[in-house]
Structure formats: C-alpha cells, structure tokens
Design a protein around this ligand. Sequence first.
Ligand code: ATR
Length: 244
Amino acid sequence: MDYRAILAPPATFAQQLRTFFEAGGVGANITLPHKVRVMQLVDKVSDRAQLAGAANTLSMHAGKLVADNTDGAGLVADLSRQLGALAGLRVLILGAGGAVRGIVGPLLDAGCKELVLRNRTAHKAQAIIDLFRPSATRRVRMYQSEDNDQRFDIVINAVSSGHQGPSGSAHYEAAWLKDAALAYDLSYGAAAQPFLQHIEQLKPGLASSDGLGMLAAQGAASFAIWTGHEVEFTQALRVLRESV
Ligand code: ATR
C-alpha cells in the first residue's frame, strides 16, 4: 500500500481530489483546513460525519465517493486502551468547537453515562447539545455551577488555547478533577502541554494523556474502512511517539 502526504492548497483541493480518485486512489485522509469543505465534494456522507459536520476519511465504494469521520472512534479507542470499558462513566468536556461535535456521538455510543459540556461561549455548547435532542437529552447537557461538586471520571480538554502557547491559557478548576481517573487533551505535542502541566499542578499524579493515541487510532479506523482489516494501533502509537 502506498500512503503519502499530498499538499493541497484550498484553490486546487477539489481538482486534486478528483485527479487522485480518477487515478485509482482507494481512500484518503483529509486534514485541516479541508475537513468541513470536503463534505460538499463527495457523493455520500456517513451519519457520524454528518453529525460531526466534518470528514477525515474518504473512500470509493461502487463508484461513489463517501465521506466518513473516524476521529471520535479514535478517541473512544484510545480512552478504552487507557481505562477499559467506558460504559457508565461521567465525562466533562471543555470546549465546544469542531472537535467536540465529532466526539459526542461516539462517546455516547460507547456507553458513557453523562457528557457535560463547558465552554467560554455558552451558546456554542448549547448548539452541540441540541444536536443530540431528543435521543440523548438526559445524557448530554450544559455545565452548571453545581457541577463543581460533581464527580467526573474523565476530563477532556478540547479547548484550542494550547495552540496559542502559554499566553492563551484557559481556566481549569481542581474540583473537576477530584474523582477523575484520567485527564485527556485532544491535542498532542507542544499544544497539549499547557493543559497537561496545569493538571499536574492542580492534581499531582493524576493520569493524563495527550491525543496522540487518538491520532493513531483514527488512522487505524480509516485503514479498516479502506481494507476491511482491523489493526491494533498501539504499535503505530509507539512509532508516532518517537517522532513528535
Ligand atoms: P477545534 O476544531 O480544535 O475544536 P475550534 O472549532 O476553533 O477548534 O474551537 C476552539 C475551542 O476552544 C472553542 O470551544 C473555544 O471557545 P469559544 O467557543 O468560546 O471560542 C475554545 N477556546 C479557544 N481559546 C480559548 C481560551 N483562551 N479560553 C477558553 N476557551 C478557548
């Protein structure tokens, strides 16, 4: 299999995509800044990509180009690797951007008991919560001040401030961590460090993780779509870990 990076500026992205699949391409991962726009360029969109509002995986099926999203499945796989089954767990999600749209459905499907969203701009969190009405009304809700006394098993940081360096640091409360088994940042590398260092100060010794395992696992899930083969992603994670 030949899997390689193709640099695609916005102006030529659509044409490059056509050329790739016309030349017999089997599948493609799509990354920033094309994850949202690519949805307009395909024949079919999976339910989870529709819900996420973005796609990271394209595949050709019977002449039709299909967009899917494996980011949420990647997160679930990595959390399960670290914690075991997610059924019954309560999760606090910090942030309400594009990344959060993609993870709520898969976390619910994995059996998490309750997802609580907290965001600087409340209406953006509410818009995501509304996507899950009425099927999961009681399981996905907005953070309230009383939640400071609540127990969260996992705290997920989806706030992008880590990408802005130390100057963009967001606010985190020690109370959110008191019963947590894991604090997890969806970013990896330097962008995850402000959150992970903050957590270590608030609750020394708490298990924490960046999102490199999610990256490896979303790739494994894409690979399964293209080839029909489920692959174990921990070896890929070890290789990635050595390269960041
Ligand atoms: P992504 O695709 O990574 O989710 P995004 O869609 O730009 O990125 O979302 C960024 C998230 O980080 C948002 O929830 C944003 O909060 P707002 O909705 O209030 O803008 C949050 N964020 C970014 N910088 C932040 C900061 N300094 N403090 C708190 N939240 C911040």
